[in-house]
Structures are given as structure tokens and as C-alpha cells.
Design a protein around this ligand. Structure first.
Ligand code: UD1
Ligand code: CA
Length: 458
């Protein structure tokens, strides 16, 4: 069940100066996935309306990265502050027909649907609500000011905090996630001023303005919930990454995946690992990878957007990207599977073998020092050490097709396009430039001559 009377608004226009990067901060990746993707996921789980996304710095990059996840992009041409960002989105929020908007900083990727649900629960009873946390270090977060009765009075940004006016700090700070009732908060928007230390229009000033205007304001306390900490710097980013990494690994361990040396294993949020799989650290698995039961992934392996079907083994120091590894296959050590590599059941790819856009049939073997690119290798084939499919003439790529049961001798170069028939045999050291019919033997190498050796007399 999603909440229907609240339209989410993501503030994603800032540069993220403290990241020291040309990339817009919301595109910085946590476990190789942009922060903003996490925010969309959490919002979609709670709210029925598609979020409005305020973009500015690197707007085109953000638009291109998420063409279909937003209810619309709003351009904040000049980034004059979070309050200004909200002003830019306000009309679109009103047009949504919702009663409230939920505003979230785009740099808060670990926010959970549960905490967003708690915020949404304030709708109906309050005009303004916002989430607060009490982290160990209040750092640069906005300070929540309450009166003696514990009633929220305002949020004061760290650099504007004045002890003589605002009193001693409590440690409670603003998480940057807010709920605003559109009709009652609208008149406050024009009252935002930028006469503060940052010289910016702060969204957080709406809290004090709301209290002053007699609106009902709630600070939803979430204790020391580190998932709600915004990311501003590389240090904060890796902290969030570690938190998420640990949570993912622990969940998998609890679910029956055997993960050795778990502190050194990194598994992305979209990866699926079935109970009964076994993973040795250091191992990194990212993207939409799937690891089925009975698979063993060895140390120092990287797997990206790939599938390991049941019982497959990946040995040490292998790099796998956009590959499909069939049941009971053995890959590595030191293997490289590139996009389009597809291995059928019990195929074997050994050390220093590179496979790109190539299919290996059931039980086919390429065990040593080989390049198979743009190739179809039939079931049961044996590809000798040092075999190369010469697939590229400098301009175009060509296909090599090898029939079932063929035996390719060591150090063979097959110049594509080329078809080797079923059960054909290629002599070691051949350079094959013509098709080889089914069941025939081809040898294409210089004849050996043996000459008497002249030895120097001492
Ligand atoms: C903000 C809050 C602070 C809170 C903290 C929580 C303000 C003034 N302060 O501080 O109280 O404790 O978040 O993490 O809001 N953005 C725009 N347009 C702009 C400026 C920023 O869209 O003109 C976006 C940024 O891309 C970012 C978000 O707003 O996603 C927050 O901006 P940021 O500069 O990170 O604010 P903080 O200093 O962290
Ligand atoms: Ca921030």
C-alpha cells in the first residue's frame, strides 16, 4: 500500500563541492550504484506519486542517468540554496493535486521506506514535519532548537548557530527529510531570506517561519539512525558504503550463504545470491548479478552483471563481466569473461583465457592461454593452449564457428570468418584461413627441416 496524498520532491541540484568532483553528487556511486537510485527506490516503496527531481549542477547528466524514474525534472538554474530549490519545485508539487509534499535531500541514499513511512504518518495532523537524528558527531548538520517544553522552535544551520541566542546544543540535528502541507506552507516560501552565513535560501528556515506563523510542526526523532546521514564528502560516502556493504553481507550470511572472511566481500544491492552458495573473500559482486546455489566464488574475483548457474565454480583472480556461466562450469583461475560470454553446462575456461561474445557448448574446454572472441564453440570441443580466434581486421569483426567435438591443436590461429566442422581436427601451430569440413584434419604450418648442426671446435 502506498501513500497517495503526498508527492515526493528530491533536491538534487547541488554540486557537492566537498566531493571535489565534476560529477553531480547524486550520481556518486555507493557500491557502484548512484546515490539517487537508492532514493528513488525508497520513495517508490512508500509514495504512490512519482517524485519530482530538482536538478541544476550537471542537470543533463542526472536526466540522462534516470530518464524514466522521475515524475518530472525541475531545473534550478542557479543553486541558491535548498529553500530556493523547493521554491522551484513548488508549482509542480501543487499541480500534482496532492495535499502534501515530502522533500528529501538527494544525498541520503540509505534512507529506508520504514523511516519515510514514519514521516508520512504525520500527514493530516501536522503542517510541517521533519526527521531528526542524534549522531555521535553533529558535524555540519542543521541544529534542532526546542524550547523548555521540548517543542520544536527552529532549525539553525551549524555555521549560523549562536550559543548566546540559541542556547547549548542538544545533539539533535536535521536529517534533511521533510513533509510540508502545500496550502498552509505556501505563504511562507516568499519569506525565505538569504541573510545568513551561507548566503543561501535555506529550506530549514521554513521550520521557524512555520512555528512563528502558528502552524503545527513536528520533529520526528529517529535517534542515532546512521542511515539518515547525508553524504557530503568522500569520507562520508565510504562510511555509508561500509554500512550498506556490511548489512548486505550479513543478510546473506543469515540467509544461508557461506561467506568466508566476510569483511573483505563486497556485494552490490541488486545482486541475488542463493542460499547454499559459497564465497571467499576478497570477492566483489556488482550490478544485476545472480549466483545460484552450489556455486563457489574464489578469492580475488570480480563479478559484474553476470549469472553463475547452480554448481558453477569461479577460481581465484578472475574477472567476469556480463557473462552467463552455466551449471557446473569451472572458470579460472586468472580467467576473463567479457560481455556476451556464454558457457553451457560443464564448460571449462582456464587460466589466462579471455572470452568475449562467444558461446561455449556443453562440456567444451579452453583451459589455457586462449582468446575466443565472436565465436561459437560446439559442445565437447577441446581448444588447445594458445588458440586465438583472429576476429578483427582493423575495421570489422568476424565470427568463428567451431562444430561439436572438434579438437583444436595448441597454438592455432583461426582467421575469421571461418567455420571448422564437427569432429574436425586442427594440427598444432596451424594458421587456419579456410573452412574445414566435418570430420577432416587440417594442418597449416611450415614443414620442419632438420639440418646437421655445426659445432665450433674448442
Ligand atoms: C542540509 C540542511 C541541514 C541538514 C542536512 C542533512 C539546509 C540549509 N541544510 O545541509 O540542516 O542537517 O542537509 O543532510 O538545507 N541542493 C539543491 N539546490 C541547492 C542546494 C542544495 O538542490 O541550491 C540539494 C543538494 O543537491 C543536496 C541537498 O539539496 O542533495 C542538500 O544540500 P547540501 O548542500 O548537501 O546541504 P547540507 O549542507 O548537507
Ligand atoms: Ca548534505
Amino acid at each position: 500500500m502506498t501513500v497517495d496524498n503526498i508527492v515526493p520532491v528530491i533536491l538534487a541540484a547541488g554540486k557537492g563541492t566537498r566531493m571535489h568532483s565534476d560529477k553531480p553528487k547524486v550520481l556518486q556511486a555507493v557500491l557502484r550504484r548512484p546515490m539517487l537510485a537508492y532514493v528513488y527506490d525508497a520513495l517508490d516503496a512508500v509514495f504512490g506519486a512519482a517524485p519530482l527531481t530538482v536538478v541544476g549542477f550537471g542537470a543533463d547528466q542526472v536526466r540522462d542517468a534516470f530518464p524514466d524514474r522521475t515524475g518530472g525534472f525541475v531545473l534550478q538554474e542557479e543553486q541558491l540554496g535548498t529553500g530556493h530549490a523547493l521554491q522551484m519545485a513548488w508549482d509542480a508539487a501543487v499541480k500534482s493535486g496532492c495535499e502534501y509534499c515530502a522533500v528529501i535531500n538527494g544525498d541520503t541514499p540509505l534512507v529506508t521506506p520504514e523511516s519515510l513511512g514514519n514521516l508520512a504518518a504525520a500527514a493530516g495532523d501536522f503542517d510541517i514535519a521533519f526527521m531528526t537524528i542524534t549522531p555521535n558527531d553533529p558535524a555540519s548538520f542543521g541544529r534542532v532548537v526546542r524550547n523548555e517544553d521540548g517543542k520544536v522552535m527552529s532549525i539553525v544551520e551549524a555555521k549560523d548557530y549562536d550559543f548566546s541566542i540559541h542556547g547549548p546544543v542538544t545533539g539533535e540535528v536535521n536529517a534533511g527529510i521533510y513533509l510540508f502541507r502545500l496550502d498552509t506552507v505556501a505563504p511562507l516560501l516568499d519569506q525565505l531570506r538569504n541573510d545568513n552565513m551561507g548566503g543561501e535560501y535555506y529550506i530549514t528556515d521554513l521550520i521557524g517561519l512555520g512555528v512563528g506563523g502558528g502552524l503545527k510542526v513536528q520533529g520526528v526523532q529517529c535517534g542515532n539512525d546512521t542511515n539518515l546521514m547525508g553524504i557530503n564528502s568522500p569520507l562520508e560516502l565510504v562510511h555509508a558504503e561500509q554500512t550498506l556493504r556490511r548489512a548486505i553481507v550479513n543478510t546473506l550470511l543469515e540467509g544461508g550463504v557461506l561467506i568466508h572472511n566476510p569483511e573483505t566481500v563486497i556485494i552490490g544491492p541488486d545482486v541475488k545470491v542463493e542460499p547454499g552458495a559459497e564465497i571467499y573473500g576478497h570477492c566483489e559482486i556488482y550490478g544485476k548479478s545472480v549466483v545460484e546455489k552450489g556455486c563457489v566464488l574464489g578469492s580475488y574475483t570480480t563479478v559484474i552483471d553476470s549469472v553463475f548457474r547452480s554448481g558453477a565454480t569461479l577460481r581465484e583472480y578472475s574477472h567476469i563481466e556480463q557473462a552467463d556461466v552455466g551449471p557446473d562450469c569451472i572458470v579460472g583461475p586468472f580467467a576473463r569473461l567479457r560481455p556476451g560470454a556464454k558457457l553451457h553446462r560443464q564448460a571449462r575456461v582456464g587460466n589466462f583465457v579471455e572470452v568475449k561474445k562467444a558461446v561455449l557448448g556443453e562440456g567444451a574446454k579452453a583451459n589455457h592461454l586462449t582468446y575466443l572472441g565472436d565465436a561459437e564453440v560446439g559442445g565437447g570441443c577441446n581448444i588447445g593452449a594458445g588458440t586465438i580466434t583472429c576476429n578483427y581486421d582493423g575495421k570489422n569483426k568476424f565470427v568463428t564457428s567451431i562444430g561439436e567435438g572438434a579438437f583444436i591443436g595448441s597454438n592455432t590461429a583461426i582467421v575469421a570468418p571461418c567455420t571448422i566442422g564437427r569432429d574436425a581436427l586442427i594440427g598444432a601451430g596451424s594458421t587456419i584461413t579456410k573452412d574445414v569440413p566435418d570430420g577432416e584434419t587440417a594442418i597449416a604450418r611450415g614443414k620442419q627441416t632438420n639440418l646437421r648442426r655445426r659445432l665450433k671446435k674448442s
